[in-house]
Design a protein around this ligand. Structure first.
Ligand code: 13P
Ligand code: SF4
Length: 335
């Protein structure tokens, strides 16, 4: 079937079966075009949690579908491709516990810190964080969640993205340190202790890229995602989550040049003119790019014939504590 026919069939099937399709901004255009709702990770979690249809198809990476299932365990959630987020895979329970042990050896015990996990993490990590009294955050609310948690006068243990942790600490004028990289003294003195994970896509953007664009177009603005390196964010005119970047860029006059440091598919769709990718290497997230229209169609067919392909399940014991940490974030992010 060609894409036009696939789109028509998808439209018919989703109406017939009462399915909602949500799509992250980084997905391919062909998938983005069939979304009932598109957004960043926080917006999609909020939309999916409120949605009344019995079935939800989530086009994104696995922690996103898992998060919806945790927020509403009764909802039937499907992912056309259960693709991983490379950053989320950088931490598992063993690594998490090992880091807690290292902190304890330095005299920083569980009662001395609040753990916060970026939503880009497995359900098991969210559950461990929930069990320890911590929170989940996304790139759009990380600052608010850290600010709120700091009211308890404890340190923050931030996992898995060192860049998001460092960037928020930097904007709040807090001291940060990175496990496995900073000295013991730096860790002991830090307000925000970051796990040493990162997003390989956002690591592509560099200070050299910024200097290149500023030299070529002296009036250009630089906008970047907080998963970029601290020196990139510090030298950007605007830093924000994917939806915050979209709002910022669309608010600019069309003649204003802007170079953007985030995933290719999203930037490519932003504006026809004067929007540049802040890198000479194409910053594509390989796993976000796995989902195709054919996969969405196959998932809908599997709902119709009740073979239920790629349904997302999360262990009950894990849901309990992961939900505690996620619910706190949802509560703190209510408008
Ligand atoms: P957002 O929270 O901005 O959607 O980012 C998710 C993500 O994976 C960015 O790489
Ligand atoms: Fe994960 Fe990076 Fe892809 Fe976002 S862009 S989903 S953080 S690997």
């Amino acid at each position: 079937m060609d894409n036009k026919k696939l789109k028509n069939e998808i439209e018919k099937l989703k109406n017939e079966l009462n399915v909602t399709i949500v799509v992250h901004f980084y997905q391919k255009d062909e998938v983005f075009d069939i979304a009932d709702f598109s957004g960043d990770s926080l917006q999609l979690a909020q939309i999916a949690a409120k949605d009344k249809n019995p079935y939800l198809i989530f086009c994104g990476v696995s922690f996103m579908g898992e998060s919806v299932k945790i927020l509403d365990p009764n909802k039937r959630v499907f992912m056309p491709k259960v693709a991983c987020c490379a950053m989320a895979e950088m931490i598992d329970i063993n690594y998490f516990d090992k880091n807690i042990q290292i902190l304890s050896d330095l005299g920083i015990n569980k009662q001395d810190f609040i753990p916060i996990t970026y939503i880009n993490s497995s359900a098991k990590i969210k559950a461990r964080v929930g069990e320890l009294g911590g929170y989940v955050c996304t790139s759009s609310n990380a600052k608010n969640i850290i600010e709120f948690a700091l009211k308890q006068n404890k340190k923050i243990l931030f996992v898995p993205d060192r860049c998001l942790g460092q960037n928020v600490a930097q904007t709040m004028k807090l001291k940060s340190a990175i496990m496995g990289e900073s000295s013991n003294d730096e860790i002991k003195q830090a307000d925000v202790i970051c796990y040493n994970g990162f997003c390989s896509v956002h690591q592509l953007f560099s200070l050299e890229d910024i200097n290149f664009f500023r030299k070529k177009y002296p009036d250009i603005l630089i906008a970047s995602h907080p998963e970029c390196k601290p020196e990139v964010c510090e030298n950007s005119d605007f830093v924000g989550s994917t939806s915050q970047l979209i709002n910022y860029i669309q608010s600019l006059p069309i003649e204003q040049k802007v170079a953007v440091g985030t995933e290719f598919n999203m930037v490519n769709r932003l504006r026809e003119k004067n929007t540049y990718i802040l890198s000479s290497t194409k910053p594509e997230c390989p796993t976000m790019n796995e989902t195709t229209l054919q996969d969405v169609y196959d998932t809908l067919q599997s709902i119709k014939n009740k073979s239920f392909k790629n349904e997302i399940f999360v262990d009950k014991d894990i849901v309990k504590w992961a939900k505690t940490a996620l619910d706190k974030m949802m509560e703190l992010s209510k408008k």
